[in-house]
Design a binder for this molecule. Structure first.
Ligand SMILES: Cc1ncc(COP(=O)(O)O)c(C=O)c1O
Length: 421
């Protein structure tokens, strides 16, 4: 069978040295003008832009290679199935999981966490049992556990951060008790950029027999991830922040857990057999993928990962780290700007407040200059309350951002300041 989907190898950006202009040329939207100004896209923490390689892969999958997966015996069904399962293998390689059976396709990171909370948590967490989170969590890694508090009487505990947004490993450790049954923790904060030392967290947790779920919605984009090395029990991420399509996410789970977990949803694809009075379930990963999956989105995610790996994850990290350092310096010149989150180990996300101006107004002014940043709660209200704010503006960087764009952001902020001062 011919697999028509191209590989990332022939793309201009997949070359050494790191050539940000070549990368930019691979992302068509970056050539757009907004309000007559070149787009400066700094809202990557919310969702990243898409390479033409990813877009063409999706287009091709619909135009030439489309059918439903797993159930057909005809050519196109076999081709679509091969492409879909190849994407699963790409994700396995990306995370360095042991087997494809540990890779479950979900709609997004949120669904992966809900799946674990309901299926694993519903089985193992009962009244008075504790779930340890951090105060930095996105609502996606709070609300599914909150449901267990409501349903089962579980207790939520919150590990703190310092005033500079540093994760406090000792304080975290002190909150673990004999009742702790789950640690659910972000790899990288979507507000502060703080990177959590997951390997240490897992070592501490496993020494006490506690499983760890890692919310990698930001971490998988900005940090190399090796789930065997991290030894996390569960790791979730979401495709659209990783330059892939919307509607697709991934839950990695250790086989030893997945094999014993009950299904999350019922329907086609997830069963072994169904009779009028008995149902058996398929083995993982299919047990957790009820109904027709997001076929083309998964294939698109595979292409996005191929692109990222083609450029090189370490090289992307080095580029983003240098850009973050530059941005922190440049924004540090503005003494009327309060940056929230200055952890030593920090990824490319900068939240800030401007003296005398609401973040929504700041973001609206920046938009006039073509600069896209996010303003609001960033779905992390407990964290914002910790810092005594109800919203912030947030600039978040990606592999295609440049120093010039940071300069444009700074210029836009100066203009906004003139208006509000
Ligand atoms: C840290 C973190 N976790 C979870 C999510 C949820 O991602 P999704 O909405 O794609 O499920 C986000 C999205 O902003 C995030 O930043």
């Amino acid at each position: 069978m011919t697999l028509l989907t191209p590989t990332a190898k022939d793309l201009s950006a997949v070359q050494a040295p790191y050539d940000v202009d070549a990368i930019r040329a691979d992302f068509p939207i970056l050539a757009e003008k907004i309000h007559g100004k070149p787009l400066v896209y700094l809202d990557n923490g919310a969702s990243a832009q898409k390479s033409r390689f990813m877009i063409e892969t999706v287009q091709r999958a619909y135009a030439h290679e489309y059918a439903n997966v797993h159930r057909g015996l005809h050519y196109l069904s076999n081709l679509a199935t091969a492409n879909f399962e190849r994407a699963r293998e790409t994700v396995r390689r990306f995370l360095n999981a042991r087997s494809d059976a540990e890779i479950i396709f979900t709609r997004n990171a949120t669904e992966g966490i809900n799946l674990v909370a309901q299926s694993f948590g519903g089985t193992h967490i009962g009244e008075g049992d504790e779930i340890l989170l951090t105060i930095m969590e996105h609502h996606s890694n709070i609300v599914p556990w909150y449901f267990l508090r409501e349903r089962k009487g579980a207790v939520l505990k919150w590990a703190p951060v310092s005033d500079t947004g540093e994760f406090l490993l000792d304080e975290f450790e002190k909150l673990i008790s004999p009742r702790t049954k789950m640690i659910a923790i972000t790899h990288m904060s979507n507000v502060l950029g703080t990177i959590v030392p997951i390997k240490e967290v897992v070592r501490i947790a496993h020494a006490r027999g506690i499983p760890v779920l890692v919310d990698g919605a930001q971490g998988a984009v900005h940090l190399p991830v090796d789930v065997q090395d991290l030894d996390a029990d569960f790791y979730v991420f979401t495709g659209h922040k990783l330059y892939g399509p919307t509607g697709i996410g991934v839950l990695y789970g250790k086989s030893e857990h997945l094999e014993t977990m009950p299904p999350y949803q019922g329907g086609g694809e997830m069963i072994g057999t169904v009779t009028t009075d008995r149902i058996t379930y398929a083995a993982p990963p299919h047990r957790f993928e009820a109904g027709t999956p997001a076929i083309v989105q998964a294939i698109g995610l595979g292409a996005a990962i191929d692109y990222v790996e083609g450029v090189g994850r370490e090289r992307i990290k080095a580029h983003e780290d240098a850009l973050l350092a530059y941005a922190m310096d440049r924004l540090g010149e503005l003494n009327w700007l309060r940056i929230i989150g200055r952890a030593k180990d920090k990824g490319g996300i900068i939240s800030f407040e401007m003296e005398g101006a609401h973040p929504h107004d700041v973001s609206t002014i920046l938009d006039r200059y073509g600069v896209a940043v996010r303003a609001g709660t960033h779905c992390a209200e407990p964290l914002l309350a910790r810092f005594g704010v109800t919203s912030t503006a947030r600039a978040s960087i990606a592999m295609y951002n440049t120093k010039d764009e940071i300069d444009t952001l700074v210029e836009g902020l100066r203009k906004a300041r003139e208006l509000f001062a």
